[in-house]
Design a protein around this ligand. Sequence first.
Ligand code: CP
Length: 298
Amino acid sequence: MNTKSLLTINDLTNEEIFDILKDAQAFSSSHKDWQFDRRLLVANLFFEPSTRTHYSFASAQHQLGVCVENFTAEGSSVEKGESLYDTVKTFESIGFDAVVIRHKQDAYFEQLKDIKIPILNAGDGCGNHPTQCLLDLLTIYQEFQTFEGVKVALIGDIKHSRVANSLQQAMKRLGGEVCFSGPKEWCEKTDYKEIDEAIRWADAVVMLRIQHERHENTMKMSKEEYLQAYGLTKERAASMKPHAIIMHPAPVNRGVEIDDCLVEASNSRIFKQMANGVLVRKAVLKRALGYAPFHKEV
Ligand code: CP
């Protein structure tokens, strides 16, 4: 495996996380127009639906001057039975410098250990979503200028959430605190709080959608019942700390896990997270393609 691959957030040391966040910040200020100084070819392989991750990688790639190919299984030789390994090996063989992959299989990258070009994980099943984690960290850092002691409540379908897994691991390593809330049958974690307590406790309230596509049984509650029992309602939002922010990786199901009117409230950072996604993915691509962090350039 290429050492510049990014498969899980734990592939990065704390120092590397801060390097990426600093580069992401530089892309919004001192290095807005920075581009690669050589021709690079990157393929985006999305085997699962995506809007934000796919197109913010594409936006980052275009802004950096990368030649981009967007691959979908439909119309490719995957339809003739070609394996994931042979598909990625093909991209390596025909001259691509890196690949971005989203796949429904947990830890799909285990079967790609012999691939030599960098792989950027854009989400594996219920496992990991490292670039989402980095954009969440950037959003939290912009708000609080530290991770030390910052309290994050992850609320919703924890069991099926790669976002919750990745952010919990990173926040704990960086000195933050994490709790979980939502339906107990979807939460096998120990740091559990009832929803009202979790919302009053948190500096960042991260709402998560119900991942229906990963459920074996359909949900028995109506959308309205779910919002009242486990969602961020106007009443719950009013009990948040004055400085606390609302986050959500999106896509958002307005009126289910969060009241429609809160999605664009003044303390919501949901669309800021999406903008940060482009900055973070520019930084991750730069690292993957062998460039040092701006502040460490000689
Ligand atoms: N947050 C996120 O991963 O969104 P997409 O599924 O649209 O990429």
